[in-house]
Design a protein around this ligand. Sequence first.
Ligand code: HEC
Length: 128
Amino acid sequence: MNCKHKESNSADKSPLAKVKDSVEIAVSKQFESFCSGCHGQQIAAFADRKWKHGKEISDIISSIKTGYADAEMPSFEAAFSEDEIKNIAVYILKGIDNVDKYRKGPDGYIYASVEKPGYVFRLKPLKK
Ligand code: HEC
């Protein structure tokens, strides 16, 4: 566990880590501006869907690029660069990863499992 104060934490970050942070903020803003109108503000809610067109990075990139005109999903190929599309796809994948970590059990509680070498912790929050 890292118990350092937040500020000293960010001061410790390498310049590269800072760049990565700012990309992530930019991507989440892009998601908010261009996608949330249809897909909802919460990336977690979007990620927790029955994936119709596949949830591999290549599927997600192709969904964003070509869109699904029949279903009113626009094509973003002209709006974003290759890199921007890839970053958005990675952002969605991270959302999927989080959803998979915090799955609801059959009893409606959310279980989070944290695995460390030799241990598996299962958390059961009090609230559904
Ligand atoms: C105008 C509404 C609209 C906007 C804006 C929009 N989408 Fe969509 N999107 C849809 C609809 C509707 C579908 C479902 C298509 C289908 O069912 O075939 C979809 C499907 C998708 C899928 C495939 C989901 C699956 O189940 O496989 C991805 C990925 C996706 N959108 C990403 C995005 C991203 C990223 C943005 C923003 C850059 C965005 N969408 C903006 C309406 C929208």
